[in-house]
Design a protein around this ligand. Sequence first.
Ligand SMILES: NC(=O)c1ccc[n+]([C@@H]2O[C@H](COP(=O)([O-])OP(=O)(O)OC[C@H]3O[C@@H](n4cnc5c(N)ncnc54)[C@H](OP(=O)(O)O)[C@@H]3O)[C@@H](O)[C@H]2O)c1
Length: 314
Amino acid sequence: MKAIRIHKYGGPEVLTYEDAPRPEHGEDDVLIRVHAAGVNPADWQIRSGKRGVLEEPFSMTLGFDVSGVVEATGSNVRHFEVGDAVYGMLPGAYAEYVAGPAASVAHKPRCLDHIQAAAMPVIALTAWQALFDAGELSAGQTVLIQAAAGGVGHIAVQLAKWKGARVIGTASARNEDFLREIGVDEFIDYRTTRFEDVVRDVDVVLDAVVRDADDDIDVLAGETLERSWSVLKKNGVLVSICTRPSPEAAAEHGVRGKYILAKSNAAQLTEIAGLVDAGHVKPTIAAVLGLKDARKAHELSQTGHTRGKIVLRI
Ligand SMILES: NC(=O)c1ccc[n+]([C@@H]2O[C@H](COP(=O)([O-])OP(=O)(O)OC[C@H]3O[C@@H](n4cnc5c(N)ncnc54)[C@H](OP(=O)(O)O)[C@@H]3O)[C@@H](O)[C@H]2O)c1
């Protein structure tokens, strides 16, 4: 099969479109014929070695977001049949086939095509686990979503609105209309307004400002996480998906700080698919590129200014 692999850490040029062995599937696994793979900042953070632990040379197929069709099932798999359209978070998604635990995938939302469905798993699971599991966001509360127009942010906005929360979102001015359309109640342009000057007493802050992008936007904005403590009400919670908040800083402000690393969760993916099909949540696609164009996709994502999601068609 064809895949995008790396054999050493580095810039987009280390991404190689090449032949790779088709993955084997175990008795609890499904083998998926991949139709589309989502691109996440984690992919280029791994590619560059920022999260690297492997000794070079090695072979690694990148990608975590997959939408496709079940090609084969392991002997213990009960919930899927060959031919089912599925989506999920599985390593090795930049390839024609991927294999992984059936417990990590769910049936694809019916109203999304594979491109749209491949946009969802990582960002929707992250937004869900940050807002609802860690943040315990409930109806009537207020949430500040930092980087509301990005992959995680734009799904977090829609999930928070579905929950019945009031949503404040930060982005640059070009994203204001987009964010109001998807439900943001209050928009803040981080380039012209310091959010801590205009926001008070929120229940939850979700910090999703992309780290390590080519454009040093977080420096321009100041340290978003550090500046977020003061906008929380007493005992409010700051959830970061990027940097581990300091417990001392949280205690000093009388609030809580949490970090989450998104985990695969088929039950949540099934619930999210239901919300998508009911019209509550929809991914925005910034660009669709071919598998061969993964380098271009990484360059785009690395700017740190994606609106919604970049997806590879396979
Ligand atoms: N822990 C986890 O499990 C987990 C899971 C997923 C993602 N992440 C991490 O979370 C971060 C975000 O991921 P993503 O997929 O949402 O990234 P993304 O889609 O690339 O985010 C791009 C967005 O960030 C916005 N932005 C950049 N600087 C900003 C600032 N200072 N204030 C407000 N908005 C700003 C941009 O808006 P403008 O264009 O308007 O500037 C753009 O819409 C990444 O660092 C990623 O690695 C972690």
